[in-house]
Design a protein around this ligand. Structure first.
Ligand SMILES: *[C@@H]1O[C@H](CO)[C@@H](O)[C@H](O)[C@H]1NC(C)=O
Ligand SMILES: *[C@@H]1O[C@H](CO)[C@@H](O)[C@H](O)[C@H]1NC(C)=O
Length: 403
């Protein structure tokens, strides 16, 4: 064997080794997903390296790379697309062109990206909004909230809240020809977190008279307290969202101070003074047996009260909607929750389903056995997956019937 072929063989082995990630057996297009995930891991390595060199913040690198996927607001034959502002917060607006005599439905969409990256202009989000507007003949508002590390909690929450509150005014709804009884708030991942938080806080806002008809939470992040749930343990190194990245997203939402990130990574960030909150995320009571498997519930490890005092955001229900009392769940709209089996955030969604059902809120829970976190992002070429299309269709179909 010549030196050249030896080098080639070695290179192929190294590449295969790099690309290969343990991927669940039941996932279709496994090798395509592995390639996509290798892309994600490469970006993560570049970001780590740039940060280590002191060139850029980790999230700035991720942001730069996701911004490649930004598209201009281009109208098509079915939908008029414009970038606009609602009470000074930017949003991308999709208005169906189809002439209809009656009032339209509306969907307020909050994109994911760990409160740090992403945007309504990203190709997959733009496409999902077009599909929604077209299929439902609905007005879609995709909110462009400000991101970490430049802005921390509660800025993200407040930006979304501002847009929703502005839109829910009767005069504004009339201007867009929207039926006040048929409005939905939806979001995926960190966007599902913001959607759930906004839906809760609206209940106490006496100035808002219009009620949301439904909320759709797509693999949402809903709690900061226990980052060692069975789903975190089972999926620590699954594609797209490893536990380390989720911990980083959570901590960056509140601060760039690494001490919070380190405490979260060892799940010892909650001060003993907040021990009463753990019952809201007690998976031993809130998870069905099927998801507990052989995990054993352990009592929380408490951290210093310094972190809780310095960054009270991570104990705030506007950041962690599972941390509210049952009485605060009453009055929430019909809820759609989509969870993915191979996702660190799986149990957040499932526990919210349990809590909502316990107080009598109508919940439709779609659990996708062969899905990974972020499935909805994979609907545009060349990174499209059959899974992405299936999940998007399921969600839009549900909306069409229930909104
Ligand atoms: C417009 O809507 C029709 C019918 O739903 C669809 O077949 C077509 O692909 C849509 N056009 C675009 C650009 O999405
Ligand atoms: C969680 O639930 C288990 C089982 O019901 C119980 O033994 C444990 O004390 C609970 N822990 C907390 C912190 O609520």
């Amino acid at each position: 064997m010549g030196t050249k072929s030896l080098c080639l063989l070695l290179a192929s082995v190294l590449i295969a080794y790099y690309v290969y990630t343990p991927t669940p057996e039941n996932i279709e297009e496994r090798w395509k997903l592995m390639l996509i995930n290798a892309g994600f891991r490469t970006v993560a390595h570049v970001a780590e390296f740039a940060e280590w060199l002191g060139l850029m913040h980790y999230m700035e690198v991720l942001m730069m790379i996701t911004s490649i996927e930004y598209t201009a607001p281009i109208s098509d034959e079915n939908v008029t697309v414009t970038d606009t502002k609602f009470n000074n917060v930017p949003a991308r607006l999709y208005i169906p062109r189809k002439q209809s005599s009656g009032l339209k439905r509306a969907v307020i969409y909050i994109h994911g990206g760990g409160w740090c990256v992403g945007g309504s202009a990203m190709e997959p989000y733009d496409l999902l909004s077009r599909w929604t507007a077209n299929k439902l003949n609905a007005v879609v508002i995709s909110v462009e909230y400000r991101l970490a590390p430049m802005y921390h909690f509660p800025v993200q929450f407040e930006d979304v809240y501002t847009v929703v509150k502005f839109f829910l005014q009767n005069s504004v709804l009339a201007q867009y020809g929207v039926d006040p009884n048929r409005i939905c708030i939806s979001g995926d991942s960190a966007g599902g977190n913001l959607a759930a938080a906004v839906a809760q806080q609206l209940l106490d806002d006496l100035e808002v008279k219009v009620k949301l008809k439904i909320q759709a939470l797509l693999y949402p992040a809903l709690q900061t307290l226990d980052l060692d749930l069975p789903s975190y343990k089972d999926n620590e190194n699954k594609p797209i969202l490893p536990k380390s990245l989720m911990v980083r997203f959570w901590s960056e939402y509140f601060t760039t101070d690494v001490s919070l990130q380190e405490a979260m990574a060892s799940n010892s960030h909650v001060p003993a003074e907040s021990s009463h909150l753990f019952r809201f995320v007690n998976w031993s009571n809130l998870l069905p047996e099927k998801f507990k498997k052989d995990h054993v519930y352990a009592s929380p490890i408490y951290g210093s009260s310094r972190l809780g005092k310095k960054y009270p955001g991570f104990l705030d229900p506007r950041a962690a909607p599972l941390l509210v009392d049952d009485t605060k769940l009453l009055g929430l709209p019909v809820t759609y929750v989509l969870t993915c089996q191979h996702d660190v955030l799986r149990d957040d969604g499932i526990m919210y389903v349990s809590r909502l059902r316990e107080v009598g809120i109508e919940v439709i829970h779609d659990h996708i056995e062969d899905a990974i976190h972020g499935a909805l992002m994979f609907i545009t070429s060349p990174t499209d997956l059959a899974l992405g299309h299936r999940v998007a269709n399921k969600y839009i179909e549900w909306l069409n019937i229930n909104l």
